[in-house]
Each structure stands twice: as C-alpha cells, then as structure tokens.
Design a protein around this ligand. Structure first.
Ligand code: NDP
Ligand code: 13P
Length: 320
C-alpha cells in the first residue's frame, strides 16, 4: 500500500516508521521550516526513533498526497481547518484520509472529522485512528490496542487490515462521534491528572477515572453517541497512557502548570477543554471536571480551591 503521513512531529514520525515496518511504501511530509522536518532530513532521527532510508521525506505536500492511497494526518488539532483548506488544490478525489489526532476545534466545538468534511470539496473517505499508545513503547515492540472508526465499516475494516499487526491490535469502532469526543476528552482528564500529581494528590486519580468517564459518557449520550464508547479504548482505554504515563504530554503539562514549571510540548487538552465547555452548554450537560480544569488554566483559579469546589458539590447517587 502507498501511504502518506502528513505531519512529522512525535506521532507523525512514528506513523511513518510503523507503516514502513509493515511493508508499506511511505512518504512523510513536513513543513519546510519545521525543526522536526529539518532534523529528520539531516539525520533521520528525532527524540524517539530512527527513520529507515526507505521512507521518502518531503516538504512538497502535493507530492505526498498524489503518491498515496491512504493519507494519515498527525498535526495539531487546532490547525486542521486551515490545513484542510490547502488540500482542495491537490487532487484528493477518492483518497482515504485517516485523522490520527485527538482534539476538538476550540472555536466551534466540532469534531475533527466534521472540520475536515466541511473544508474538503471532493468526495473522500475519512476515518480516525485513536486509542492508547506511546511512541517510546511501540518502538520497543511493546504492543497496545487501538481503534479505527469511520462512518463506513468497509473503510474501517480496510484501514484495520492495512495497519493491524502484533504491535497494534485494532478494534473496529462503531461510534465515530463517541470515539472522537472520547479521544479528545481523555487529554483534558490527562491534564487534570497531572494537576493532581503536581498537588501531591495522585491517589485521587482513581476517583478522577470514575467521575471523568461518567462526565464524558453523559455528554456523548446527549450528543447522540453511545455512552459505552467512553468505556472503550478511545477514552478509558487511553487513561493508562495519559492519566498515569510519564510519557504523556497532557499529564506532564497539567503537572508543570500547577508546579509553575515550563513545558513546551503540544498538550491538546488545553484547547479541547474550551470546545468541551461549548458542548456542555449546547447539550445542557454538566462537565464539572472540565469546568475546573478550564478555570485553573484560563482564569488563574487556585487548583486546590477548584478541587474543594468539586468536593462541595451536592451529594449524588454514584451512577448519575
Ligand atoms: N496514541 C495516539 O493516537 C497519539 C496521538 N497523538 C496525536 O497526534 C497529534 C500530534 O501530536 P504530536 O505528534 O505529539 O505533536 P507534535 O507537536 O510532535 O507534532 C505536531 C506536528 O504538526 C505540525 N503542524 C502543526 N501545525 C501545522 C500546520 N498548520 N500545518 C502543517 N503542519 C502543522 C507540526 O509542524 P512543525 O514540525 O512545523 O512544528 C508538527 O510536525 C495530536 O493530536 C495528538 O493528540 C499523539 C501521540 C499519540
Ligand atoms: O494519545 C496519547 C497516548 O495514547 C498521547 O498522549 P499525550 O498527547 O498526552 O502524550
């Protein structure tokens, strides 16, 4: 299979490495001015892996797109709309795009598949690739389970057949909405987890898992998805890799935020929390953990006070 990967940061470089390992022909695209791109061109390495010479690296997006049958996208979620507009001029009719990103658009609250479909003017296939997995572990052959979802089971199955291996066991997603919301929202829960770590309250992460999933399940149900999706790989299944992992950028961002240390990596949850609060208002679903995270990040609220506020909420039956 001919595969293009657009975006050459941590995840994009891994996707290219992995697709190449499976025997696909791979072109990896990065922006010419990108430090990630330049480093890969100069040395074929980054902080995580070594790219074999058989992977073609280019800064010409049209070349990558015209070459490929399947196009994996791994850029920052908030950049997708502008990025998608550029694709229209590149001969994308009937190509298959797989969004390998975890976020919601901050301004609109929209899912990334919605954003892409709004901007693209040709018929294309769109799927998502979500679930737990860190580059640092995959490159050591430590396996994990992930999900492919789309509105078309034939496409879902084709992508799974193309990328499944003994390193990544894929499941067929059946709830695109639930998996997109869940995958994006786990990053917000990851930030909350990092805040707990930073405050010395790591033992509260069990409660965060139980109440975080409940909060997101309510939202997904109100939006028309299946609340059970939240308990699948895309959300709960990604907690170990986010809420507990030393590799998680979202968790580390949350921890650094409360300990007032610098952290320069992409933490998608910081923007996604705004989108979730829009959805909370639109669908009239309370999201108290998201509210608390946003209040700390955007309003300068004291994280301990926000936690106390969560504890002072009216007592409820656990299932609700
Ligand atoms: N298990 C999983 O499914 C994982 C998923 N992810 C997801 O992958 C996505 C990317 O994360 P990650 O790789 O860690 O982030 P990085 O910051 O490492 O990489 C992001 C890449 O996106 C590129 N980019 C940003 N904006 C644009 C734009 N407007 N046009 C073109 N390229 C752009 C950056 O370019 P430049 O090099 O110029 O800065 C960079 O190469 C996130 O949504 C994240 O949640 C991440 C890890 C694991
Ligand atoms: O999605 C991921 C693991 O599945 C990566 O999480 P972070 O972006 O928090 O590092």
């Amino acid at each position: 299979m001919k595969v293009a990967v657009l975006g050459c940061g941590r995840w994009g470089s891994f996707l290219a490495w992995y697709a190449n390992k499976l025997g696909h022909e791979v072109t990896l695209w990065g922006r010419e001015a990108s430090k990630h791109y330049q480093r890969l061109v100069d040395s074929r390495t980054n902080d995580y892996l070594i790219l074999p010479q058989t992977i073609h690296i280019t800064n010409k997006m049209v070349e990558a797109i015209q070459f490929a049958e399947i196009i994996l996208i791994a850029i920052s979620a908030q950049e997708l709309r502008g990025f998608a507009k550029q694709l229209n001029t590149m001969g994308i009719t009937n190509k298959s795009f797989v969004l390998c990103m975890k976020g919601l658009e901050m301004e609109s609250g929209e899912r990334l598949s919605q954003v892409l479909m709004e901007e693209i003017q040709s018929p294309v296939n769109v799927a998502i690739w979500v679930g737990p997995g860190h580059v640092q572990e995959f490159v050591q052959d430590i396996p994990n389970c992930m999900v492919i979802d789309s509105d078309d089971m034939n496409i879902t199955k084709w992508i799974v057949d193309s990328f499944g291996s003994d390193t990544i066991r894929f499941y067929y997603g059946q709830d695109l909405l639930g998996n997109e919301i869940g995958a994006a929202a786990k990053n917000v829960i990851g930030i909350a987890a990092g805040m707990l770590d930073g405050l010395g309250y790591t033992s509260l992460k069990g409660a965060l898992m139980a109440r975080g999933t409940k909060e997101m399940a309510r939202l997904v149900k109100a939006m028309g998805g299946s609340e059970l999706t939240i308990y699948g790989l895309g959300h709960l299944g990604d907690y170990e890799a986010t809420v507990f992992s030393r590799h998680s950028h979202n968790r580390r961002f949350g921890e650094a935020f409360v300990t007032k240390e610098p952290f320069g990596k992409l933490a998608e949850g910081a923007a996604t929390v705004k989108a979730l609060l829009q959805l909370s208002a639109k669908y009239n679903v309370e999201l108290p953990i998201c509210q608390a995270v946003d209040s700390v990040l955007s309003e300068g609220s004291d994280p301990k006070e926000q936690l106390i506020k969560l504890f002072m909420r009216p007592v409820k039956v656990e299932g609700i």
